[in-house]
Design a protein around this ligand. Structure first.
Ligand code: ADP
Length: 168
């Protein structure tokens, strides 16, 4: 398994699966979620609606992951995962780690050889970037997976630098 980082827009990645930092409703949102739905087109939202109408009637729980079509994106699948909102009073690190582990589990089920991750929870959900990067890198390193190419695609310099440090 190879882990790499790059700066840029995750929707432009040529990978088998792009991970979306979704919210529990699966109905789209801002940040990377909005960018993925805009670039991938309505097929992704249609697939999310189907999930809400079937096994995820109450939404996708925090820390879990589920795949849909990637619509018009170059990828074959979008893997939606719901990061925890950062809390100063409660340690939610295990839920953030679970997002990466569960996304890789879903990627293995799909047979994806390459997966691109954003910095889950490090935007609107306010997770401090150094900590978000450490948890992301440590979890991916610890997870047994068939995915050969794991890329973190970071949208700004601050997050990119934090991931660079976490990779060591
Ligand atoms: P969350 O709600 O999980 O915090 P956000 O989408 O708000 O999710 O932010 C997660 C990270 O994704 C942030 O670091 C943000 O800068 C980044 N991001 C936003 N748009 C993109 C994009 N097009 N490609 C990659 N990363 C992005």
């Amino acid at each position: 398994m190879g882990i790499s980082i790059s700066r840029g827009d995750i929707t432009l990645q040529h990978v088998d699966a792009i991970v979306n930092a979704a919210n529990s409703s699966l109905m789209g949102g801002g940040g990377v979620d909005g960018a993925i739905h805009r670039a991938g087109g309505p097929a992704i939202l249609d697939a999310c609606r189907d999930l809400r109408a079937s096994q995820y009637g109450k939404g996708l729980p925090t820390g879990q992951a589920v795949a849909t079509t990637a619509g018009r994106l170059r990828a074959r699948w979008v893997i939606h995962t719901v990061g925890p909102v950062y809390s100063e009073t409660e340690d939610r690190s295990a839920l953030l780690a679970s997002c990466y582990r569960e996304s890789l589990r879903v990627a293995d089920e799909l047979g994806a050889a390459s997966v691109a991750f954003p910095a889950v929870s490090a935007g609107v959900y306010r997770w401090p970037v150094e900590s978000a990067a450490r948890i992301a890198v440590a979890t991916v390193r610890e997870t047994a997976t068939e995915v050969a190419d794991i890329r973190f695609v970071l949208f700004n310099d601050e997050v990119y630098t934090a991931f660079e440090r976490a990779l060591g």
